[in-house]
Design a protein around this ligand. Sequence first.
Ligand SMILES: Cc1cc2nc3c(=O)[nH]c(=O)nc-3n(C[C@H](O)[C@H](O)[C@H](O)COP(=O)(O)OP(=O)(O)OC[C@H]3O[C@@H](n4cnc5c(N)ncnc54)[C@H](O)[C@@H]3O)c2cc1C
Length: 287
Amino acid sequence: MRDFDYLEPGSLQEVCQLMAQWGDDARLMAGGTALMLALRQRLASPAQIVSVARVPELRGIHLGHDQVLTIGAFTTHSEVAQSALIQQHAPMLSAMASQVANWQVRNQGTLGGNLCYADPATDPPGCLLALDAEVVLQGTSQKRVLPMADFLVDYYETALQADEVLVAIRLPAPKANTRGSYLRHLKTPADHRPLVNVSVTSTQSGNDIDALCLVVGACTPFPKRLQSAHALLGQVPTPLLIQSVAHAAAHEIDALSDARASADYRRDVVRVLVARALSDHFNLSCI
Ligand SMILES: Cc1cc2nc3c(=O)[nH]c(=O)nc-3n(C[C@H](O)[C@H](O)[C@H](O)COP(=O)(O)OP(=O)(O)OC[C@H]3O[C@@H](n4cnc5c(N)ncnc54)[C@H](O)[C@@H]3O)c2cc1C
C-alpha cells in the first residue's frame, strides 16, 4: 500500500476545496470498508485520504415539514436499519439495510460510501431507485440534486464530479396506498453480497394496481426500473400474470457474467426471484 496523508477536515467546504486542489491524487473516505480493500489491493493509490467523518452536514436523519426524509451520507447501514424515522417512513429501506453484509460492515460502512463506490453487487442502490430517492451533491461552486436514476451511471460509475461530495439521500413523502418490499438472493448462505435483488413498490386502489415500480439489481452493471412491470398496471394481479412478468423481466435485463455466476444463471435467478417478490408483495401463492 502506498503511503498517504490522512486529512480530517471539519467542514463540507474544506472537503470540497481539498478534493478540487488534489484532484486524482485524493480520495474521500467515509467508513473505509470499501476504500481500504481497494488500497490494499492497489486498485487505488491516492497521496491524500480526505475523511468525511467530522463533517456535520453528512450526519443525521431528519423529517422535513414537507414529509421529505433526509438521510446524511455518513449514516451507517446499522443506523438506517434501526432508525425509527426510517422504519416509519420507508420500512422497505430499513428492512433492506438490516440484510446488508454482516454486523461489522453494517456498523462501519455508510449508505453514502455504498452509493458512491457503485459496486453492482450491493443492496441500497436498487432499493433507493424503487423508492424514488434523490441524492444531494455539493461541489466547490455548486450544489446539485439528482434523481437516483441519474446518479447511477454504469459499472462502478456514478455522476459524481471530482470535487463533489454526496451530502445526503432524500426520500419523497410517502404516497397514500403505496407500499414496498425488498428481496435478495445469496448464492450460498456463507455469501455476504447479493447475487440478485428485487425491489417492488406499488400503489393500489382496491385490487387494481395504479402504479408499480420493479427494480432488479446486483446482477446488472447498475440497477434499472424494468418496463416488464407495466403489464400489471390496471390489472388485478394473478399468479399467471406474475409468472409472465417474471419471464419478461429475465429477458429485459443486461445480466453480468463473472466469476460469481454466468449471465444465464443470473437471468434464471431473476425469473424466480421476481416471481417470488411479486407474489409476496401481492400476497399470492407462487406457481
Ligand atoms: C465483507 C463485505 C461484505 C459486504 N456485503 C455487502 C452486502 O451484502 N450488501 C451491500 O450492499 N454491500 C455490501 N458490502 C459493501 C459495503 O456496503 C460498502 O463497503 C460500504 O457501504 C461502503 O461504505 P464506506 O462508508 O465504508 O465507504 P468507503 O470505503 O469509505 O468509501 C467507498 C467509496 O465511496 C467514496 N465516498 C465515500 N463517502 C463519500 C461521500 N459522502 N461522497 C463522495 N464519495 C464518497 C470513497 O471515496 C470511496 O471511493 C460489503 C462489504 C464488505 C467488506
